[in-house]
Design a protein around this ligand. Structure first.
Ligand code: C2E
Ligand code: MG
Ligand code: MG
Ligand code: MG
Length: 279
């Protein structure tokens, strides 16, 4: 389309590309420096057991505390970190921080860490996880690793071997954002996941769309039959929680309970009053 608009527009378009490439290079340099300057920080969001209301885990969600730009959310920098390979160092940092923080929490509170497909393809992943556990002293059974379906798209022997190796260490594996992308039930057959996280898009439409309700009902039912924990993401109000409870969804996570907050707020998040009594 740029060409049809004439030469001037085309040149302008090219200049725009240059500017974008330059902005990316700047962001990459900034990210590398930020790692050295300790500007990255995991935030934590509680995950509650629906039946008892107890906080059973926290998910680590990475934030960049930028000196000029303030707090930056992961979607603004993780894609570039994945492209440049910096996600490996960043991912190791999150793993180590999350395990170290979780080691100070009560024993019955787990920690969930998101893994990028790029980290997953890295042959050092098992060593990184082993090191994070060893340095922190955290029991492997308290660590959950969240992967998305894109990891399984490769569906290679190597992927399954890595998953089984992690499992053999005692680490649990969650399937994140279930229902988006290339969801396929055969994933649940190729690897025995410990947990399915139902994507927040289904939860947000729970009360207004019958098909979202039907999908949630199907996934929680599937989880029950297969012995897999189901966690609903993005629970924002009591109505949604009530419907999830009725469908027998195991766990819930969302702004209804808390936004992600720094590690220093974990004690406060644990002390929060339990959910209302079951109706
Ligand atoms: P995710 O793993 O699916 O994490 C859930 C996202 O939903 C988080 O966004 C969380 O803040 C947000 N959320 C939680 N409850 C609610 C709610 O009730 N309403 C709404 N509207 N949103 C809610 P966040 O922190 O911006 O992270 C976005 C994504 O970035 C994550 O999605 C994950 O895929 C990725 N990410 C975050 N931290 C890391 C990390 O350390 N490593 C990697 N590889 N990816 C990460
Ligand atoms: Mg996640
Ligand atoms: Mg998710
Ligand atoms: Mg999500």
């Amino acid at each position: 389309r740029a060409k049809a608009d004439g030469r001037g527009t085309y040149r302008f378009f090219e200049t725009g590309m240059d500017a974008r490439a330059q902005a990316r290079r700047l962001l990459e340099m900034d990210m590398r420096a930020a790692l050295q300057r300790d500007e990255f920080q995991p935030y934590y969001q509680p995950i509650r057991d629906v039946a008892s209301g107890r906080v059973v885990a926290f998910e680590a969600l990475l934030r960049w505390n930028h000196p000029q730009r303030g707090l930056i959310a992961p979607l603004s920098f993780i894609p570039l970190a994945e492209e440049t390979g910096l996600i490996i160092q960043l991912g190791d940092f999150v793993l180590r921080s999350a395990c170290t923080d979780a080691a100070t929490w009560p024993d019955d509170v787990d920690v969930a860490v998101n893994l990028s497909p790029v980290q997953f393809r890295n042959p050092n992943l098992i060593a990184s996880v082993t090191e994070a556990l060893a340095l922190s002293g955290l029991d492997a059974r308290r660590l959950e690793l969240e992967i998305t379906e894109s990891v399984l798209l490769q569906n290679s022997e190597a992927t399954l071997t890595t998953l089984h190796e992690l499992r053999a260490m005692g680490v649990r594996i969650s399937l994140d954002d279930f229902g988006t992308g290339y969801s396929s039930l055969s994933y649940l057959r190729s690897f025995p996941f410990d947990k399915i996280k139902i994507d927040r898009s289904f939860v947000s439409e729970l009360a207004t769309r019958e098909d979202s309700m039907a999908i949630i009902r199907a996934v929680t039912g599937l989880g029950r039959s297969l012995g897999i924990v189901t966690t609903a993401e993005g629970v924002e109000n009591d109505g949604q929680l009530e419907l999830l409870r009725r469908e027998g969804c195991t766990q819930a996570q969302g702004y209804l309970f808390s936004k992600p907050r720094p590690a220093s707020d974990v004690a406060i998040m644990l002390d929060r009053p339990p959910l209302r009594a079951t109706a």
